[in-house]
Design a protein around this ligand. Structure first.
Ligand SMILES: [Zn+2]
Length: 73
Protein backbone atom coordinates (compact mmCIF):
# COMPACT_ATOMS: atom_id res chain seq x y z
CA UNK A 1 0.00 0.00 0.00
CA UNK A 2 1.34 3.41 -0.96
CA UNK A 3 0.08 6.28 1.14
CA UNK A 4 0.11 9.93 0.12
CA UNK A 5 3.30 10.73 2.06
CA UNK A 6 5.26 8.06 0.20
CA UNK A 7 4.06 9.40 -3.11
CA UNK A 8 5.16 12.93 -2.24
CA UNK A 9 8.66 11.70 -1.37
CA UNK A 10 8.89 9.84 -4.67
CA UNK A 11 7.79 12.93 -6.58
CA UNK A 12 10.41 15.00 -4.77
CA UNK A 13 13.19 12.60 -5.65
CA UNK A 14 12.09 12.42 -9.26
CA UNK A 15 11.87 16.20 -9.49
CA UNK A 16 15.37 16.64 -8.07
CA UNK A 17 16.73 14.07 -10.50
CA UNK A 18 15.22 15.94 -13.45
CA UNK A 19 16.43 19.24 -12.05
CA UNK A 20 20.03 18.02 -11.80
CA UNK A 21 19.92 16.52 -15.29
CA UNK A 22 18.52 19.73 -16.70
CA UNK A 23 21.08 21.85 -14.90
CA UNK A 24 23.90 19.76 -16.33
CA UNK A 25 22.54 20.32 -19.81
CA UNK A 26 22.37 24.04 -19.19
CA UNK A 27 25.88 24.47 -17.83
CA UNK A 28 27.09 25.42 -21.30
CA UNK A 29 24.43 28.12 -21.48
CA UNK A 30 24.13 29.78 -18.07
CA UNK A 31 22.07 32.66 -19.45
CA UNK A 32 19.41 30.30 -20.70
CA UNK A 33 19.39 28.53 -17.35
CA UNK A 34 19.03 31.82 -15.49
CA UNK A 35 16.00 32.73 -17.59
CA UNK A 36 14.42 29.41 -16.78
CA UNK A 37 14.81 29.92 -13.06
CA UNK A 38 12.54 32.94 -12.83
CA UNK A 39 10.63 32.66 -9.62
CA UNK A 40 7.08 31.42 -9.88
CA UNK A 41 4.84 31.69 -6.88
CA UNK A 42 2.28 29.19 -5.73
CA UNK A 43 -1.31 30.15 -6.58
CA UNK A 44 -2.56 29.05 -3.19
CA UNK A 45 0.03 30.02 -0.58
CA UNK A 46 2.30 32.42 -2.49
CA UNK A 47 5.48 30.49 -1.69
CA UNK A 48 8.17 30.35 -4.38
CA UNK A 49 7.84 27.07 -6.25
CA UNK A 50 11.20 25.23 -6.14
CA UNK A 51 13.02 25.19 -9.51
CA UNK A 52 13.26 21.42 -9.30
CA UNK A 53 9.48 21.20 -9.28
CA UNK A 54 9.20 23.52 -12.27
CA UNK A 55 11.68 21.43 -14.23
CA UNK A 56 9.67 18.31 -13.54
CA UNK A 57 6.30 20.02 -14.05
CA UNK A 58 6.83 23.22 -16.07
CA UNK A 59 3.14 24.08 -16.08
CA UNK A 60 2.52 23.66 -12.37
CA UNK A 61 0.94 26.63 -10.63
CA UNK A 62 1.23 25.37 -7.07
CA UNK A 63 3.91 24.23 -4.65
CA UNK A 64 3.99 20.58 -3.76
CA UNK A 65 1.95 20.74 -0.52
CA UNK A 66 -0.80 22.78 -2.19
CA UNK A 67 -0.83 20.53 -5.26
CA UNK A 68 -1.22 17.54 -2.97
CA UNK A 69 -4.17 19.24 -1.31
CA UNK A 70 -5.80 19.84 -4.69
CA UNK A 71 -5.28 16.22 -5.72
CA UNK A 72 -6.92 15.02 -2.53
CA UNK A 73 -10.09 17.02 -3.15
ZN1 LIG B 1 1.49 26.50 -1.99
Amino acid sequence: MIDAADKVVQDDERAMELFLQSRQRHQAAPDAWAQRSDEIHCLDCGEVIPPARLVAMPHTKRCQPCASDVERR
